[in-house]
Write a protein that binds this ligand. Sequence first.
Ligand code: ADP
Length: 360
Amino acid sequence: MADDIYRLEVQDLIRSYSGRAAVDRVSLQVMPGQVTCLLGPSGCGKSTTLRCVAGVDRQDSGRILVDGEVVCDGSFSVPPEGRPIGLIFQDFALFPHLSVVDNVAFGLRGSRNAKRSRACEVLDRVQMREFADRFPHELSGGEQQRVALARAIAPKPKVMLMDEPFSGLDNRLRDGIRDETLEILKEEGAAVVLVTHEPDEAMRMADEIALMRTGRIVQQGAPYNVYNAPVDRAAAAFFSDINIIRGKVRGALTDTPFGQFLAPGVPDGTEVEIVIRPQHLKIDFDRGGKGPNPTPRDGTAARGTVQRARFMGSESLVEMRMDYDGSVLTATVPSVFLPNPGKALWLMIRRDRCFVFPKA
Ligand code: ADP
């Protein structure tokens, strides 16, 4: 296989229901061993994309290729069972009347012995060999998930599609199973497309995130880049709470409690929103509330008064009313700090973590 052939390639996929595009020109490329997450709110078209790739739904237009070979386009479609694609869904969908080993062997070809031997091999891989003769109802949720993974990888699919596969598991199990699953899929060299609406899950699992909204991919890239360079306010807000500092542009600059911000290329008079995540606003406890009045807006710090502070476990959330314009901003601080309402403090801003967008 040439280096430049993707394991999975989706080109300009469109799928409409009753004239409304559920998937609108979605394109993806996934290499072997790479995990791409389709991330977005409910109804944005993630599952429809996955169903078209699996072949259980038919796109209106666009092409899907595996290792450079077309599995479907406008005129031609390989049926789902003919595609080298594995599926894992939230509800596991194990056959209740088959034992664990028979569940795993179900989709395999070959002699009974060969199928059983491959099934046992993958059950070993997911540490479920000793459960081979049990039935699904005799397993915990985490164990069922492992069997579903074993069944999906047993035929050595080139592409693995996963639709919210971890959402049925309780929190304590979830992280461990996510990490194990990822490790196994990477070793198997499958190209993985994982659907989730949880940004934490996407950031934990993905090599690449495709952020979707109303059928379209609005941003695509490594988790670090999507998180740290959002394309718009909504993309920023999808990953965490955000603060918005509002301003109006004059001479490519906008005034804020922290001084002026650059708004390059934005015409005069345009209203802008400067987006900053709470974790990029820090409270300068060393400086206390002391300092000249009025606040010298030197670009990195501004003074305000604590409105409310909430203990959140590993951190505290502190709402500050800014002296400059009365706006309220939320900062996170280590949870050893829980300042009292009314206390005057300095807020420091990470300018490199601010994003300036024209008002939506
Ligand atoms: P997601 O997986 O992101 O939650 P879906 O792909 O399930 O979103 O749905 C995308 C849009 O397509 C939604 O508006 C949904 O209501 C619509 N849709 C999905 N499947 C069908 C269907 N079989 N018939 C009609 N509309 C559908």
